[in-house]
Design a protein around this ligand. Structure first.
Ligand code: AOF
Length: 389
């Protein structure tokens, strides 16, 4: 398969030394696999000769099976003896769908390996580096570690916790509302923000909304980015009282893209006809004793299904449940210059909330970007002190 990736002229950030420059290229190559690696990692590899010339490049795509290092070595051909390999993740040393990449690197006569971070996959973690070192290869770890962590934030979180990485995305008015008092929410943010929302769907394995949003908006929740993706976006509704209608867009399209509905055990038992109807349409109804209110249990269930990443699109009740539970890993708010007003109009985040400002969820690594006339604020929730102990 032809490999295409953005050219080397625009490296990520402004790397200062040759290692950083080559690692930036490896990360850039890895990013070409977005949408096509789950449940695996994004991996890019650059092979560089002793005159610092790039002689091979590769990146991983799940369905192509072959790993980044193998592809880069193949492109480098017979010139690899004494070369340096830059890999965006620790090379694996076990037999998975492919033989160990460490074997290929050793056999090719690679002299030095540069990698930013360990692969937390227990099959790999530390073993890849140890194998390379035992073969006499110099291994440098840590170059662009933060960038590499961010690039693979979904995979790393999923490997470390067994649960999907949760990205909360909301479009809010200046007064923090997500709809009018009648529930109308089309549209708060403008076209640019909405296109970006489809990009976020594209980058996620699953998308989740609450029953209120599903009922009022009757959304399709599909990925309409047009970009190639490996796994169909799984659509999830937290629906304790089993309100999802058989004639909703979600239910009617359940054969085209999976729909999971988490409902309360008693609601599902009381409405067994509704369950049968939804199931006949292809909807999977998961009866859960908390009815999806315990988001940790929902995430564990999704983790069991190898769902690496989850985009939470609201509404306020669901956003509140995820924030109260401390289960948001990244947040994107599109703030539109519009004022909705009305005490009854829903706010972006409901839930229990907090008493003291000191307990508010603050974002770190905040990026603020103008999107048309809207402002995007994206950041990572700071871990709260009480979680630290
Ligand atoms: C690498 N280079 O390009 C990739 C790695 O057998 P697989 O392909 O499903 O992959 C199994 C594991 O290998 C995967 O979970 C991850 O730990 C590592 N992926 N490793 O050295 C690559 N894709």
């Amino acid at each position: 398969m032809q490999q295409t990736a953005t050219p080397v002229s625009e490296p990520l950030g402004e790397p200062r030394d040759p290692d950083r420059r080559m690692m930036a290229r490896a990360l850039e190559l890895a990013a070409a696999g977005v949408g096509q690696v789950s449940p695996g990692p994004l991996v890019g590899c650059v092979i560089v000769d002793d005159r610092e010339k790039i002689i091979g490049e590769g990146f991983y795509i799940f369905d192509r099976v072959r790993h980044a290092e193998t592809l880069a070595l193949e492109q480098a051909g017979s010139n690899t003896c004494g070369a340096t390999a830059y890999v965006s993740l620790e090379p694996h040393a076990h037999h998975g769908r492919t033989p160990p990449c460490t074997n290929a690197l050793i056999a090719a006569g690679i002299k030095r390996i540069v990698a930013p971070i360990e692969d937390p996959n227990p099959e790999v973690s530390g073993k890849g580096f140890a194998h390379l070192r035992s073969a006499g290869i110099e291994v440098s770890v840590g170059s662009m570690a933060h960038e590499a962590e961010r690039l693979n934030e979904k995979y790393l979180h999923f490997m470390r916790t067994g649960r999907p990485f949760v990205h909360l995305k909301l479009a809010v008015s200046l007064d923090g509302k997500i709809a009018t008092r009648t529930g109308d929410s089309r549209w708060i943010a403008g076209e640019e923000a909405r296109a970006l929302s489809h990009r976020l769907r594209y980058e996620s394995d699953a998308i989740l909304v609450g029953a209120g949003t599903a009922t009022v908006d009757d959304p399709l929740l599909t990925d309409r980015s047009g970009a190639p993706r490996r796994r169909v976006l799984v659509r999830i509704v937290l629906d304790e009282r089993l309100q999802t209608a058989a004639d909703s867009q979600l239910a009617r399209t359940a054969r085209d893209a999976p729909v999971l509905v988490f409902s309360g055990t008693s609601s599902a038992a009381a409405a067994s006809d509704a369950v049968d109807t939804l199931q006949a349409l292809g909807v999977e109804v998961i009866a859960d004793e908390t009815g999806g209110r315990d988001v940790f249990r929902v995430l564990e269930e999704l983790g069991r299904r190898s769902i690496q990443s989850l985009l939470v699109e609201g509404g306020g009740v669901v956003a509140g449940a995820f924030i109260d539970a401390g289960m948001v890993d990244k947040a994107t708010f599109f703030i539109a210059p519009v004022i909705i007003g009305g005490r009854e109009a829903p706010t972006a985040v409901a839930g229990v909330g907090i008493e003291k400002m000191a307990d508010a969820l603050r974002l770190d690594e905040v990026e603020i970007t103008q999107r048309g006339s809207d402002v995007e604020i994206t950041g990572y929730p700071r871990r709260r002190m009480k979680d630290e102990g």
